[in-house]
Design a protein around this ligand. Sequence first.
Ligand SMILES: NC(=O)c1ccc[n+]([C@@H]2O[C@H](COP(=O)([O-])OP(=O)(O)OC[C@H]3O[C@@H](n4cnc5c(N)ncnc54)[C@H](OP(=O)(O)O)[C@@H]3O)[C@@H](O)[C@H]2O)c1
Length: 223
Amino acid sequence: MKISVIGTGKTGGSIAELLGEQAVSFNSSNKPTASKVAKTDAAIIFVPGEAAPEIIEIMIDAEVPAVWGTTGYGWSEDLPERVKAIQSKWVIGSNFSLGMNLVRKALNVLGEGSDMLDSPKFHIHETHHTDKKDAPSGTALSWEKWLNKEARISSSRIGDVKGIHELHIKTVNESIYLKHEAHDRKLFAEGAIWAAKKLLNDTEIIPGVYPFSELFDKAFSSQ
Ligand SMILES: NC(=O)c1ccc[n+]([C@@H]2O[C@H](COP(=O)([O-])OP(=O)(O)OC[C@H]3O[C@@H](n4cnc5c(N)ncnc54)[C@H](OP(=O)(O)O)[C@@H]3O)[C@@H](O)[C@H]2O)c1
């Protein structure tokens, strides 16, 4: 099995390292082409948002399954139709950590249960390395969505922080805190490779575009 790794920076570099000889790597000085990517079984893409439009067209032409980690990009509404038209399967995730997907379930419960609290205020704070281009992080926006409550979201950019997300729910008389911290980018690399293998091996997945959370939930409920 060969997997195109498009973007070999901080995250894609870990993916290429974990895949070893299975990786066929591309970056801005060795650009992918549809014909080169089509020779591999699937692609894992960690490029910045501004490179996404160019890579989307290459992936549509290559017609192989794709796992997208790019954040800070507005995916067009017609994308699922375009992917179905080529009979391909894509996964898009703002955070490929399996632990983060467990946190999602906790946020669902906290959001729903907080209706019982007296006027709770919600604050989400995310911290990342200074090179991160988008703020707030895609994950912080996902936390607000999973909580299903309007939250204040703030960001810090410090050193080489891999990703910290914190929620504070505060009422006059009590506070609840939830924190997730990524220690190593291999975390995202492992989740992205897990997703690519699911797309290749799970015959129940039909062509279309899926959020990573949907693949996780399918595996979670069948364990
Ligand atoms: N979903 C998740 O779990 C998750 C986790 C971490 C990061 N991310 C997101 O993933 C994206 C990449 O993050 P990163 O920190 O790995 O970035 P990074 O270190 O800046 O790496 C970006 C890579 O993309 C390559 N690239 C840029 N434009 C390209 C183009 N037009 N064609 C081919 N390759 C191109 C760069 O090539 P060069 O090496 O030649 O410069 C570089 O290898 C960001 O949107 C980030 O927010 C998502």
